[in-house]
Write a protein that binds this ligand. Sequence first.
Ligand SMILES: Cc1ncc(COP(=O)(O)O)c(C=O)c1O
Length: 562
Amino acid sequence: MAGGQAEVWGQLVARRKFGDGTFHGIRYQVLCIISISLRLNILCLLITIGIYFSTTRVALRNTLLMAFRRSCSDLFPVGNARIRETSTARSMINGAMNLSEKVEPLPEEFDPKEIVSPVALELNGVLKECADKSREIVLGRNVHTMCYTINEPEADDDITGEREAYMASVLARYRKSLIERTKHHLGYPYNLDFDYGALSQLQHFSINNLGDPFIESNYGVHSRQFEVGVLDWFARLWELDKNEYWGYITNCGTEGNLHGILVGREVFPDGILYASRESHYSVFKAARMYRMEFVKVATLVSGEIDCADFERKLLLNKEKPAIVNVNIGTTVKGAVDDLDMVIETLEKSGFRDQFYIHCDGALFGLMMPFVKRAPKVTFKKPIDSVSVSGHKFVGCPMPCGVQITRLKNINVLSNNVEYLASRDATIMGSRNGHAPIFLWYTLNRKGYRGFQKEVQKCLRNAHYLKDHLLEAGISAMLNELSSTVVLERPKDEQFVRRWQLACEGNIAHVVVMPNVTIEKIDYFLAELIKSRLSWYGDGESKPPCIAGDIGEENCCCSRHNT
Ligand SMILES: Cc1ncc(COP(=O)(O)O)c(C=O)c1O
C-alpha cells in the first residue's frame, strides 16, 4: 500500500475513533507507520473503510478497532508500560489529543491483552478443556485451561447492547452446562434439589451481617432477624437453651471447624487437639493455623475413631487438656464417631472438666437427629460446639453453615470493635446476609417433619444403591447411620469426572442426597456396569481389592469374592 493511502486510512480510523479535531505530532506519524506496516492493498483498504463505516457491522468495526489499538499499544510504550485502549481513548476525548495528559502506567505484570483464554470447546453444553490433558493434579502448578475472558469495555457507549448480548449468550451457555452437570452429580454431599424463586427479589440488596449476630451493628442492610431465627432453630435441635447459646451463620462447614477449634484453644490455651485420621482436612488446617499441638488418632475400618487408640494417646498426654474433634459423619465414608464412647474415654482417662469437644456435623449434623437408633448429638452431654454446612443436606444454593457454641465460651474469644459498633467473635468480618434468609426459608418450608422424610428417603436410596452394586459384583460399603456409599474407584477418570465422584486411593463414594432419586441411581448403575465390562471384560485387568478400606465382607475382588 502506498504511503498516501496508508495515511488516509490511518487518519480515517483515528478520526472516527478519536473525533475530528487536530490530529498531529508524533501519534499521527505512528498511525501512518502502523498503517504501512499492515501492508494492506488498495482493495483491502476500501473494504476496510466500507466495513468500518457500516453501522450494521458493528462487531467487525470493533474488531478492527481492537486490532488497530492493539498494534498501537504494542508500538507505543509509555514509560514502563504500554498504552491500554482505555487510556488512549481517554486522552483523546473530543478530538484533540492531549499529549501532556499523564497516563497512569500499568504494572508490568498486568497486560489485559495477555489474559486470553484458549478457545473452549463445548460438548452437550459442557465446556471442555482444549488440550486433552490428563487432570492429574500437579501440586503448586494447578493450571486451568479454560476461562471466559474478560474483555475491556469500549469507551464508546454504542457497543453496550452488543456487549450485553455477548454476556447473555455466555451466561445462557453456562446455565446449560450447569443443568447438565447437575444431572450427573453424585459425589459431593450437596442437595441440589431446591426452589428459591421467591427470594430472587433480594438479589438487589447488599445484605451483610458483619459483626455479632446478637448485637446490632451500624450497617443497616442486614438480615440478623433471620439469622437469629435460624440459630434458635438449631439450638433447639441440639438442645441448648436460648439464653445459654451463642452462634452465627458461617461461610461453610470449614469455618465452623475453624471457629469451634479456636474457641477450644482460647478456653484451653495449652490444650492438645485430638482428631481421627479420617477427619476433614479443615481440622488439620486449624491445627496448623493456630500452631496447636496435634495428635492424630487411628480409625476403625468403618472410618470411626478408634477409642482404644484414643485412650492410649490421652494417657501419654495427661498433663494437658484435650480439645477433641468428633466427626458426625466423616468426609469419605460417612462414619459417625461414637460421641458417648469418646466422652467415656476422656472421663476414664482422668480428663474430667479438662476437655473441650467440637462436633463436626458438616453433613450429618442435620441428618442424625432424624435417624432412628442414632446416638444423640445434644448439649445435654458435655460438648462445647457443633457445626453444620448449610449447602449440604439443607440445600442452600450458596456455601454457608451454622455454628453453635455455649455462650460462656464465647466471652473468652470476643473483642469489642468500635468501627462496627459490635463485637468481634466470628472468623470472618463481612458475612453473607443472604444465606440466613435462604436457610430460614428452607427450615420454614420443610420443618423437622420435612427433614425427617428426606433423611429416610436418602437412607432408603443409599441402601438400594449399595445392594445393587454388590449384586453386580462391585465392592461397596454403607455405614449404618449414613447415606454415603463407598465403592471401588472407577477405572476410567473420564467416568469419574462425568459423575463428579470424590475419590481417595482405590475408593470413591456416592453421597445420596434428596436429589439422588432411584431413577438417577439406575442411570448411574447402568453406565457403571456397562463401562466395567469394557475395563475388565477381557479378564486381563482386574478390579482393585479394597478390603483394607471397606472390610473383606464388602470387597468383591477376585480374592474376596468367594
Ligand atoms: C466432615 C466434614 N467436615 C467439614 C467439611 C467442610 O465443609 P465445607 O465444604 O462446608 O467447608 C466437610 C466437607 O465435605 C466434611 O465432609
